[in-house]
Write a protein that binds this ligand. Structure first.
Ligand SMILES: [Zn+2]
Length: 99
């Protein structure tokens, strides 16, 4: 299948730069968009412990990748695509485990 999506980070003209993250797709409801949950830790000097944090990032989900809820994906920062989107899904690292 040929991909003609100009906003596809792999086949189109959309350039990625800046942050590269990986996370879990928690929603694929919006058209060509996936909500990615990214878990990370930060060091808290006062308590000398790592704190677990998470954030949700809206990312462009081109048809040739078509990430679904439950997939682990890589995302890369792009130019601002909409009010809330400035990332694009670049790869499905691990598809959802179906039992
Ligand atoms: Zn593509």
């Amino acid at each position: 299948m040929e991909c003609k999506d100009p906003k596809c980070p792999i086949h189109g003209s959309l350039k990625t730069r800046g942050a590269h993250l990986s996370g879990l797709v928690v929603s694929d409801k919006a058209k060509k968009t996936a909500i990615i949950q990214v878990d990370y830790t930060i060091y808290n000097p006062k308590y000398e412990r790592y704190l677990r944090k998470r954030s949700r990032i809206a990312a462009y989900n081109p048809d040739c990748i078509d990430a679904k809820t439950g997939d682990m994906v890589d995302i890369a920062e792009t130019r601002r695509l909409s009010k809330t989107k400035s990332f694009a899904v670049t790869k499905v690292v691990k598809p959802k485990v179906v039992r």
